[in-house]
Design a protein around this ligand. Structure first.
Ligand code: HEC
Length: 121
């Protein structure tokens, strides 16, 4: 009887051991899963349109042609993306410098967005 109990205990032990082990596995994949959703935001491309609408329409207007405070008409701007990144980062005359407010990739994204202004209106 004692032997049977021993086997029963052994069986429970084996089952119990099998449990946590697979539990550990799913736990580690859970850890990967929980770090994965945290990773995309920095990796995801910034939304240039959203950045523009948040920071730039006060002077440039929704379509880039408002010209408040002497802001350039972005629809008619002939600057390349790189030149726009430069102006947005460092500012120019009344144009504010965004280098300390926006991340380089956000500036790139918003510069690319300004390239699309005027193309479809
Ligand atoms: C405070 C008003 C103001 C805000 C806000 C503003 N700008 Fe400007 N922007 C200007 C002015 C004024 C100029 C013209 C600068 C000059 O006279 O040299 C200009 C020029 C520019 C130019 C150069 C255009 C050209 O053809 O030379 C770009 C590109 C530009 N702005 C993009 C942006 C972006 C993108 C944002 C948002 C992140 C933004 N601006 C926010 C006022 C502003």
């Amino acid at each position: 009887m004692k032997k049977l109990l021993f086997f029963a205990a052994l069986a429970i032990f084996v089952v119990a051991c099998g449990g946590p082990e697979s539990g550990t596995d799913s736990e580690s994949s859970e850890t990967t899963a929980s770090t994965t959703p945290a990773a995309p935001p920095p990796a995801a491309a910034p939304d240039g349109e959203k950045i523009y609408k948040t920071n730039c329409i006060a002077c440039h207007g929704l379509y880039g042609d408002m010209g408040a405070s002497g802001a350039f008409n972005l629809q008619e701007s002939e600057l390349t993306v790189d030149q726009r990144v430069e102006v947005i980062t460092n500012g120019r005359n009344a144009m504010a410098a965004w280098g300390s407010l926006l991340k380089p990739e956000e500036i790139k994204a918003v510069a690319e967005y300004t390239m699309t202004l005027g193309k479809d209106q």
